[in-house]
Design a protein around this ligand. Sequence first.
Ligand SMILES: [Zn+2]
Length: 262
Amino acid sequence: MLRTVVLALTFAATALGATLLVATRDQVTAEHIRDNLDITTITVNNAKIYLVQRSGKLIMIDSGNPGDEGKIVDAMHEAGITPETIDYLILTHGHLDHVGTAAYFQTEFGTTVIAGKGDETMLSMGEQQPLCATSWLAKVIDVALEGKSYPFFTADILIDSPYDMQQLGISGAITPAPGHTLGTLLVTFDDIIFVGDLIRGELIRQSTPARHFFMCNLADNNADIERLVDMEQYRRWYTGHFGSLLRDDVAKWQKENASPPH
Ligand SMILES: [Zn+2]
């Protein structure tokens, strides 16, 4: 009997381990959304780096963890993308897993970096503000992140009000949404929205919405999610971790998990 239980537990642990390995592996995917909108997603160390082809320009959204520069550039080459051709790098916020290689792209390839003004101090120091873990898993991640920093830099364009990307010759918009950090930015192209760490996908079922690992003000986060859910034109949400998410799935999740108490 004991032997059977031990065997069953071993099997379950191995299966879970294998599933986790697959769920957290590095990968590159390319999606042709429609004419004038192509998205390549690079995942390195569970951080997503997006490359959007739009209006004849190549826009990178978020830059992954410090130290992953080589892996990210290799993944770009694998996807047929030359880093020198990236026109803009938009940072959804100043946490190290989103801005960790920004200094490298700026100096090595001359990429123009765009960030939220509210995160300017954080970026200039290469340090993030303290995090507020929302689960036991987040607490584990928090311990692993403690004391880590990234190469500091100065963004070329700082944004603190709604920004029409037509100024850059691109059909799209950048909107400040302070919350997860003071300088959080949302980036939109047609019916697609890049939300950074406003919300994430689940670890295993990655297109199922989940509360982000770190959030200091849950009420504020809920209000932001509700506001975006109400903007029904954004049908697909691209997240910083796992995902992407369908707006209708987020709406369902929001009702069950993020509605204000009545
Ligand atoms: Zn973050």
